[in-house]
Design a protein around this ligand. Sequence first.
Ligand code: FMN
Length: 154
Amino acid sequence: MPNEISSSRTLHRLIYTSRQAFAAGLGHDQEIEALIRASIRNNRASAITGLLLVHDGWFVQALEGPAAAVMTTYQRILNDPRHTDSRVVSAGPGGAREFGDWNMCARRFSPADDAILDALSQRSAFDPSALTDKSALRLLKAVRGIQDRTALSA
Ligand SMILES: Cc1cc2nc3c(=O)[nH]c(=O)nc-3n(C[C@H](O)[C@H](O)[C@H](O)COP(=O)(O)O)c2cc1C
């Protein structure tokens, strides 16, 4: 059986949660915009796709791509002072890509995102500390599904 972990062609997926820790100064929306710009540029260059959910003081992010690129990117993100208390929920070979592009979901980013985040708020408390590997992927796939459907019907 081929060693999946060491194959450079294997897709890896890492999902983590962290707490937002934006410094006073720049507004929240400007911080998010700066973060998106750097992420789109870097992730394209290193074949990383994924989804970043920004909600209620939390980040939940999936990163997928070649193992080395995913780990290098996560290490860089980990050192970023704009968040804290990062917890890796799952990491390993990921089969096929679940997120065809790099995307994010944040309030005021698009009307679909507002609707998604309203729905998340209305359920019980949004509590990423309780997310498991399966429920975290399910959450991010549900967000992506709503974004995709909204884009199609727009
Ligand atoms: C929650 C969070 C998620 C991030 N996601 C990414 C990402 O997916 N890709 C990325 O390159 N940088 C991401 N960043 C930004 C990096 O920490 C870092 O600032 C950036 O990669 C530096 O890019 P530059 O050297 O091109 O300016 C993220 C930062 C935070 C706080």
